[in-house]
Structures are given as structure tokens and as C-alpha cells.
Design a protein around this ligand. Sequence first.
Ligand code: XMP
Length: 322
Amino acid sequence: MAELTEIRIQDLDTQEFIKMKSEEISALVGSGLAINALSGGVDSSAVTMLGHKALGSRLRTYFINNGIMRKDEPQQIVSIFERLGVKVEIIDAQDKFFKALKGITDPEEKREAIAQTFYKDIFAKLIKESKAKYLLQGTILTDVDETVAGIKRQHNVFEQLGIDPQEAFGYKIIEPLVQLRKDGVRKLAEALGLPKSIFKRMPFPGPALAARIIGEVTPEKIGVVRIATSVIEEELKDTDAFQYMAILHQDRVTGMRDGKRDFGLQIEIRCWDSVDARHAKPTRLSFDKLDSLSNRMVIEVPGVVSVTYNITSKPPSTMEAI
Ligand code: XMP
């Protein structure tokens, strides 16, 4: 596998890039069809716009509702793209993902279960039904680096691990962003006419809220971490942090509520300063901010009796907890 050449943000001519990638995508897909899955993150949003520029109605875009996204995320993203003239179909696959995740506690096995459900089940069926030959996706260079280094198996990396998608899943994958890092993708997304809410959007991992639950992922735990995520996203939206998240721990701890013992849940808050996610430092949030976050968590998130703040840098920490 040839090494990928990085296109650094300062060398990225967005108009030139859009023209070159549109031509490449159009030549590969020819008169056939391609599909892509939009999550609303900057990578998949940029690929969706680029793909529509290159292929028009020869690209079908789906939002896979896997049950592990944030509150109201599917509808919000679909309506943003509707306003941009891009039709997105929501596929309800919640049961499939929860079934695949049942009983799994190991982080890499969880990632694998999510990846297999996306690629072997859902995308393979969509490809078969639409008779498309290609899946277009927004893998970026950092996803490849971390997977190849064996740090985290990103759900969207195959070829660099020696997996041929055609053989493994029955279709080919096109990755137009694979030479870029997050900052380059943001510049491209803006040039593609996406709104600020998208091109400045905080990164969110492919395994979604499942990356923020230690231990088995269940609909109930997703419900808990989803509320905690809404609280933290509201509280920290005006910071300049690169990314912030709430993590639900597996261990319970003794707390008290209404004068009684409450063996309750622990939420860990992480908030990162970073440029490209390769290195990160915890943001120096004020104690007043931490205090108000903690107060809201114990009131608004059912069962929470302990809130902690991660003060470790990456490395050796990683940004997500699994
Ligand atoms: P880590 O946890 O590896 O995260 O320090 C670095 C950045 O990557 C995101 N991340 C993922 N994104 N699939 C993705 O698409 C994944 O499996 C995945 N794991 C982590 C994470 O949110 C952070 O921005």
C-alpha cells in the first residue's frame, strides 16, 4: 500500500481540490450510482457536498439512525441538508446496532461490532438495493494514522489494514479526503458552501455515544449519556475548546440523596484543547464552570452521584474513553 501524501492546510487550494476530486469521483463512478452515509460531522458532510457536485442524482445519501447519536441529531442534520438542496433518507437501524453491541464490553470489539453492522449489513444492503457500486466516505489521514499505529481501530479504515472492501463487503470505497486533516476538511467544507454549524462542528466519533460508555452499551445507558452530552454541549458551547464530552463509567460509587444511600453512576467530563486531535491538553476550565456542570449533571442526569474532570493530556490519554 503506497504511503499517503498529506495535503497540509497551507497548501490546500480548495477550488483546485474540489475540481480535481469531482473529476476523479465522476470518472470512477461513470454512469453508475454511488451511495454515502451522512452523519453530520464535518468529514461526512464535506464528502456529501463534494459527491453531489461530482455526481448529482447519481449519489444517494443516507443518514443511518444507529440509535447511538445525540439528541434529535438525525432530524437536525437532514433538515440542514434539505435547505442546501440535498435529499437525505433516514434509515432506522437502531435495533441492529443494539443487537450487535449486546454483551460486548471490550472497546475494540465494540468498534468492530459497529463497523461490521455498518459495512456488512447496512451499506451492503443499500448497495444491493440501489445497484450502486461505490460507497463514498470521509476517512481522513488521522483516522488512517491511528488505526495503522494500532491505537484505535477507526470504523472506516480498511485498505491500510490489508482489507479489500470489494472482497470483504462486495463494493468499492472512494475516500476523497484521505490526504487531509481536520483543519483542511473544515476549510474545504466552508468552500463547498456548508454552513458554519457544519464546518465548525465539533468532531464526533464514528462509534458515536458508544465511544462514551465504559462497558456494555445498552439503550438505557445511551439514554443516560445522551442527556449528559446535551448538558455539556450547552454549558461549553461558548468555549474555544476543540472537543468536549461526557463519559459514563461502569463502576458505581456510593453517594447520598434525600438522606439515603444512593449507589449511583459516575460521569467523567473531558474537554480538550487541540489543533488536529493528535495531541491534546485538558482545557483549563474555571472551577465555577466545573461547578455548574457538576450541579446540572446530578440534577438532570438520572442516577448520577459523582462527576469528575479528566486532567490528563493526550498522550498517554486518548480523547475518547474507549
Ligand atoms: P482519540 O480518542 O483517538 O480521538 O484520541 C481522536 C479524535 O478522533 C475521534 N475518534 C473517532 N472518530 N471513528 C471516528 O470517526 C472512531 O472510531 C473514532 N475514535 C475517536 C475523536 O472523537 C477525536 O476527535
